[in-house]
Design a protein around this ligand. Structure first.
Ligand code: PMP
Length: 389
């Protein structure tokens, strides 16, 4: 027995894929939101989560550059101690305005936002019901909460309700945690049904909109907006690292107590706040996202085309079209082989293997961008068409 025995599974995995891409892939130069040089090769980036393609927007780049020049490279401290800059507060005000909520908290990463709120909102004596396919940040958070944790079947409101019914006479509060668009298969949570159940059982609802903010809803506020259930979502959390092209996270809520939750959330208190340049570019892309609704339309056009074409080619794709387009196989060697063949053809996708993927399957996962040209989408489709299924 040794401390290191539990890491042996990773040694085995490392050996299986030793020297193989994508684990040794190094992005040497980013040419645009959709193209880069990786290990000496020009590739189309097809797995970046850069949904609106704003990472090179001249206004966002200029705002980040100005902020570095004015306020330096980092805040060098936690917001509670010495790291709340005026810009952090402005971004919080802009987020609250955008979501139409009473207040907002900005975190240093999306992980810190989701993990921190999942850990803090419910506590000992409470129950958290979470979708079984929840992101690792949610699982990590609820483990720290001290609440009783119950998983319900992925995207299955009937199973959620069954489990709530069993809790009928229990004391304590109930928090339901779901995502908007799920990051692995790109399927959307049935939020209208979940919100109705939440009302019936007098529970609280937290929705992680990491993959749906900027992607769904007329105003880009996410899956809760698209489902018309924002009033039922007690807490919306999300990230700046996808549609907004930077790094950081948020939690917005209409509950006045959100301002107190700030003082209890350890992933907010005990970490340095986001750099001024990050906040400046995020403020800019939040505005650009609202000014350019055509980006969301282009994103869905690209997503629908890629999803339909990969499905037509006979690949096993997720249950519905969305900007996350994942091809599934149960064979890890085949998935790795496919990844290499796509890379050789200049297409960089995400290879997801257990334990990162839900259940025991592997995924070749694309995330589509509004910035992908028609020709780039065609190149991605053409590359998939060469794979032997
Ligand atoms: N929640 C979900 C659903 C995610 O997919 C992610 C990132 N993949 C996060 C939270 C964490 O966000 P970040 O990577 O920006 O820290």
């Amino acid at each position: 027995m040794s401390l290191f025995d539990k890491f042996k599974q990773f040694q085995d995995l490392k050996q299986q894929f030793d020297g193989m891409l994508p684990f040794g892939a190094v992005t040497e130069e980013i040419l645009s939101p959709t193209q880069a040089i990786v290990n000496g090769q020009n590739v189309i980036l097809a797995g970046t989560n850069n949904y609106l393609g704003l990472t090179f927007d001249p206004e966002a780049v200029a705002a980040a550059q100005d902020a570095v020049a004015e306020n330096g490279t980092g805040t060098t401290g936690s917001r509670m101690a010495n790291g709340t800059f005026a810009e952090h507060i402005k971004l919080e005000q802009e987020l609250a305005e955008f979501f139409g909520t009473r207040s907002a908290i900005v975190f240093s990463t999306g992980y810190a936002a989701t993990m921190g709120t999942s850990a803090t909102l419910a506590g000992p004596g409470d129950v958290i019901l979470l979708d079984a396919d929840s992101h690792a940040s949610i699982y990590d958070g609820v483990r720290l909460s001290g609440a009783d944790i119950i998983r319900f079947r992925h995207n299955d409101p009937a199973d959620l309700e069954k489990r709530l019914r069993r809790l009928k006479d229990r004391e304590g509060d109930t928090l339901i945690i779901v995502e908007g668009i799920y990051s692995m298969l790109g399927d959307v949570a049935p939020l209208a049904e979940i919100a109705a159940i939440k009302r019936d059982y007098n529970a609280y609802l937290l929705v992680d909109e990491a993959h749906s903010m900027g992607v769904m809803g007329d105003k880009g506020r996410g899956a809760a907006e698209a489902a018309g259930i924002e009033a039922d979502a007690d807490f919306l959390v999300g990230t700046f690292s996808k549609s907004l092209g930077s790094i950081g996270g948020y939690c917005v809520s209409n509950h006045a107590e959100l301002e107190l939750i700030r003082f209890a959330t350890r992933s907010y208190i005990f970490t340095a706040s986001a750099s001024p340049s990050v906040i400046a570019s995020t403020r800019t892309t939040l505005r650009l996202m609202q000014e350019r609704p055509e980006l969301q339309r282009q994103l869905w056009k690209n997503a629908q085309r890629l999803y339909a074409e990969l499905k037509n080619l006979g690949f096993e794709v997720g249950p519905q079209a969305s900007p996350v387009v994942a091809v599934r196989t149960d064979d890890a060697d085949k998935a790795a082989q496919w990844w290499q063949e796509l890379f050789a053809l200049g297409i960089f996708v995400n290879l997801v293997i257990p334990p990162a993927s839900p259940a025991e399957f592997c995924l070749l996962r694309c995330s589509v961008s509004a910035a992908h040209s028609e020709a780039e989408i065609q190149d991605i489709i053409a590359a998939y068409a060469t794979l032997t299924q």
